[in-house]
Design a protein around this ligand. Structure first.
Ligand code: AHR
Length: 306
C-alpha cells in the first residue's frame, strides 16, 4: 500500500502491479466510452489491476465510487470529476488515506483544492483555449457578424465553465457578435436536441450554434432539420471533441468546425504514474494539446476518430 508523507502528497512504492481505480462519471456518449476503453487498454499494457466504476451521470454516485475505492485500498485513483465541487471531499478523503489522486480530463474547483497538495496533478486539455479557438474561427469566418445560440455542457463541470468563459470573453470583444441565448444540454445528444428545439422558437433569427461538445451539436443538427432549416447553410455549427459523427457531419457540410478534446488518457496516465512512482515531482497540469478539424482535414482524420 501507499504510505503517507506528513502534509505532502502520498508516496507510492515501486512494485510489479498496481491496483488502479478509474471512477468514470457516465457512459452516455462516445467520448466517455473512448476514455474508458483507453484506460482498460492501459491497464493491460501497464500491468494494472483496474478497479473500474461508472457513476451513471450522478456526482453523488461518483463520490461513493471513490469512497469504495478507498475502502478497497487501491494504490492510486484516476478521477474525471463530473462537477467541480461535489467531488472535493472524496478527493480530500483519498489523500488523507494515503492514496494519490490524479484528476483526468476534468478538474475540481481551483479555489479550494490544489494540485501538488490535495491531488497530484490535472491531466487534460485547456478548456478555456478550446472555447477561444471556436470563437476566433467564428469571428474570422462570419466577418464578425453572428447571432449565436450556445449549448452548454453539464452545469458546474470544469469543461462547461471554461468552454463558456473562453468563448464568451472572445465574442464580447466584437460588437457584431451576439449571444442570443445560452443553456445547458448536459453534454448529451438528446438534451442538446430538445434545448435547441425550444431555443429555435424564441430565437428564429439564429445563424450560429456553438455547442460545448459534439454530441449536443449532433442533437442541434437534428432539431434544425426538424424545423426545416439547413444545418451548415442556414445555421453554422461549431463544437468541441472530434468524434466520428462530428467529423462525418463536417464532411457532409452540416458542421463547420470541431476543436479536438482527446479522450485517450490511458497512455498518459500510465506514463505519468511511472514518473510519480519513480520519485519525480509531477507538474500541476500535464497539458494535452488539441487540434482543429474542419473541411480541410476531417476526411484525413475520420479513421482515427471514435
Ligand atoms: O470533459 C470532457 C467532456 O466530457 C467532453 O467534451 C464531453 O464529450 C464529455 O462528456
Amino acid at each position: 500500500f501507499s504510505s503517507m508523507v506528513s502534509a505532502g502528497l502520498p508516496v507510492l512504492e515501486q512494485k510489479e502491479r498496481y491496483k488502479v481505480g478509474f471512477a468514470q462519471s457516465e457512459s452516455n456518449n462516445p467520448w466517455r466510452i473512448a476514455e474508458t476503453k483507453s484506460f482498460k487498454e492501459a491497464a493491460l499494457s501497464c500491468n494494472w489491476d483496474l478497479v473500474y466504476t461508472d457513476a451513471a451521470g450522478s456526482a453523488a454516485k461518483q463520490v461513493s465510487d471513490v469512497d469504495s475505492m478507498i475502502a478497497q485500498q487501491v494504490d492510486v485513483i484516476f478521477l474525471p470529476p463530473r462537477e467541480e465541487r461535489p467531488l472535493l471531499p472524496a478527493v480530500m478523503r483519498a489523500k488523507s488515506q494515503g492514496i494519490p489522486v490524479f484528476l483526468v480530463d476534468r478538474s475540481v474547483d481551483a479555489k479550494v483544492a490544489q494540485a501538488g497538495r490535495d491531488y497530484v496533478s490535472f491531466l487534460g486539455s485547456n478548456f478555456i483555449e478550446q472555447g477561444q479557438l471556436a470563437a476566433q474561427w467564428l469571428i474570422e469566418n462570419t466577418g464578425g457578424q453572428a447571432k449565436i445560440i450556445e449549448l452548454e455542457g453539464t452545469t458546474g463541470s470544469s469543461p462547461a465553465n471554461d468552454r463558456r468563459k473562453g468563448f464568451d470573453d472572445e465574442i464580447a470583444k466584437h460588437a457584431g457578435m451576439t449571444i442570443l441565448a445560452s443553456q445547458s444540454g448536459d453534454f448529451a445528444r438528446d438534451k442538446g436536441r430538445k434545448v435547441t428545439e425550444t431555443l429555435l422558437q424564441s430565437h428564429p433569427d439564429v445563424n450560429v450554434i456553438y455547442a460545448h461538445n459534439d454530441e449536443m451539436a449532433i442533437g442541434a443538427i437534428q432539431a434544425l432539420e426538424a424545423s426545416g432549416r439547413k444545418a451548415g447553410t442556414d445555421v453554422l455549427i461549431v463544437s468541441i471533441d472530434g468524434t466520428r459523427d462530428a467529423l462525418q457531419a463536417i464532411i457532409d457540410g452540416k458542421m463547420a468546425l470541431t476543436v479536438e478534446s482527446s479522450p485517450f488518457f490511458g497512455p498518459l496516465a500510465c506514463a505519468t504514474l511511472k514518473r510519480y512512482v519513480g520519485g519525480e515531482t509531477i507538474e500541476p497540469w500535464v497539458r494535452v494539446s488539441d487540434r482543429i478539424f474542419t473541411i480541410d482535414n476531417a476526411a484525413k482524420h475520420i479513421d482515427e476518430a471514435y
